[in-house]
Write a protein that binds this ligand. Structure first.
Ligand code: 3PG
Length: 212
């Protein structure tokens, strides 16, 4: 296993659930990340879907002790480089392109690339990837679908994301080819808007306690 894969796996193994965040107000990033870390969720993905995202990554990387901040929704080389420059310790994409794979190859920061079919998984295995994001998990076929990939594509591990919540997380976490799941449910928009950090820590602690 290469260094980047080992680094990625050690981050993903910190907890059963990686919070997937869409930050609208940059001032919420630090208290939100602190609330998640207090609940045990140290690895945090901030999606590049808002104007606040890169500054949010910067602030969390600089100010939140214990957090391992990553950037998600990385669609191209420009996003990749900006996210790394902001302090991202891992990068997540919903799928892959050659441009993105080239940017990842040139970087020390690991990429968790998205895949949803056997052919996509096989193509990424040829590029040396052993750990992938299964996206969009529920919509693409859910835990039963992912389980059916575990025997023919043995050796590939997944972080399923998309449509996962406290209700179905265990269906995935119990699979032999799942290392963790990702989800936005641990940081509901209403609680973030209300500044209910204690409420978010409670959601995070519930998620942290999930086991297979
Ligand atoms: C997303 O695309 O927003 C992430 O995969 C998270 O999905 P979720 O909001 O269904 O948890």
């Amino acid at each position: 296993m290469g260094d980047k894969t080992a680094k990625l796996l050690s981050t993903l193994k910190l907890q059963p659930v990686v919070p997937v965040l869409i930050i609208d107000d940059v001032d919420t990033a630090v208290p939100l990340a602190r609330a998640l870390v207090a609940g045990g969720l140290k690895a945090i993905e901030i999606t590049l879907r808002t104007d606040a995202a890169l500054e949010a990554v910067r602030r969390v990387a600089a100010e939140v002790e214990g957090a391992v901040v990553g950037a998600g929704t990385i669609l191209n080389a420009k996003h990749f480089e900006a996210a790394v420059a902001a302090g991202s310790q891992f990068i997540v994409s919903p799928g892959t392109t050659q441009e993105l794979l080239d940017a990842a190859r040139a970087s020390e920061i690991p990429l968790l690339p998205g895949a949803a079919t056997a052919s996509e998984v096989m193509a990424l295995r040829e590029e040396g990837y052993q750990v992938l994001k299964f996206f969009p998990a529920e919509q693409a076929g859910g835990a039963a679908y992912l389980k059916s990939l575990s025997s023919p594509l043995a050796g590939t591990l997944f972080c399923p994301t998309g449509g996962i919540s406290l209700k179905n997380a265990k269906d995935y976490l119990s699979l032999p080819n799942v290392v963790c799941v990702g989800g936005s449910w641990v940081a509901p928009k209403e609680l973030v808007a209300a500044g209910d950090w204690a409420g978010i820590t409670k959601f995070a602690a519930e998620a942290f306690a999930l086991t297979a």
